[in-house]
Design a binder for this molecule. Sequence first.
Ligand code: BES
Ligand code: MN
Ligand code: ZN
Length: 493
Amino acid sequence: MSLSFQLVLTAPASLETPLLALVLPADATLTDALAPLDAPLHGALARTLARRDFRGGRDETVLLVGGDAGVQRLLLVGRGSTPLTRTTARRAAAIAARQAAKLGMGTMHLWLPDADAAAIEGLVVGAAAGSWSYPDLQTPPPEKDRRARLTQVGVIGADLPGLQGALNAGVAIAEGQAIAKRLGQMPGNYCTPQTFVDLGQEIAQRHGMTLTVLGRAEMAAAQMGSFLCVAQGTSQEPRLVALEHRGGPADQQPIVLIGKGLCFDTGGISIKPAPEMEWMKFDMMGAAGVMGAMEAIGRLQLPVNVVGIIGSTTNMPSGEAVKPGDVVRASNGKTIEIINTDAEGRLVLADLLVYAKQFNPAVAIDAATLTGAIVIGLGHHAVGVFGPDRAVVDEVLAAGSAAGEPGWPLPMWEEYREQIKSDVADIKNTGGRAAGSITAALFLQEFVDGYPWVHLDVAGTAYSQSDLGWIPKGPTGTPVGTFVEFVRARAGR
Ligand code: BES
Ligand code: MN
Ligand code: ZN
């Protein structure tokens, strides 16, 4: 992330800044705290509020142009009438930073009057999200048309304990999300399974984590026939990457985070239709979420043990590819009849869930862009949350809502299991169109042995095909926040 943040204790009216973004609630009036900003503006702020040109609605903005010194531009940003939370602060800051980036501000200041620690953290995460971009593959415009990139954000705070810590936590989460989003936005010919290995190496080195990498040969030795059948059609080396953060006591059972990392999903022999297939470069957002969360957890130095495991490959058709009707054997010995080679994510996750067992998880949470059906069921606003244990599901739901990545639970009743019974193998990899997300979760459960487990279907939420206003279309950062908040809550931080 090329953006740096400072906690600023200067009175806003005394700032020297090209842009001050002032976040206000609905129907704000000119308070004594705001009044000093208005003198150099010759009353423009008071008039704007009094005329109700700016009403403070969510995402509303008005730009007031100041002089050549002091606060040169004042951007009013509405946060609506809902209570102030980390999530509402995040959204307002994202709107502000997006606007600042469009204006070509290299520096900006953010002021949310009376921000507490949670709000400060949200402002940082939001400013990073709103100004995030992936310019690597585009030729920059000629010098005269170029706008400066936003590189510095000053967050107005108060001399209160905990605000600097909150700012640092925001930066940690923002860095994690930036890593995940970058991986997501990278095309399939740039983000390959090896990219996860290289990144894993960097994260391990930066935070003193242990890294384990398996390739085709090691996975074959571990009898991961389920994962490997997905990789049959690609010449790229499939990769299983495990990162161990040992922040807790040596004998503490770890939280295990697991991610689906399909660098591209063509569907394989059961090939997907061409329209919109390019979006399947995002089929690695579960794995990207794990990597991003591990970066954030490393930066936060959370005093718990956490293991991140990702499985990465590309689902391609070829003369060698797995085909419908084939039967493969997973590393727990279970046989799987392949009905549809496009239901490949669950095949990768199956062997990862078996692999996780050796870490003796306190709990395992997997995240995957697993089913189109979850998009039909929940759309783009809720993560599908599945698990046999309601208490752990609730814990994950709480983490998701704290992170601004809300989830919604779906059932895993026995009745649905009928749909994935096979005539020739122990289980089949699809259960028909009905309840497609639930049968996918039930498939995964066959590979979970003796540890608490929650599955997150992020197919509708990990990336957006439309501009969301506060962030552009593309990767959203989900599920980094959910993972981090879950681990933080377990760590008591
Ligand atoms: N990666 C897809 C799921 C997906 C679909 C993610 C749309 C994001 C947007 C997954 O591998 C897949 O293809 N699932 C199939 C399963 C089916 C064949 C049972 C699906 O959902 O169509
Ligand atoms: Mn697929
Ligand atoms: Zn897929």
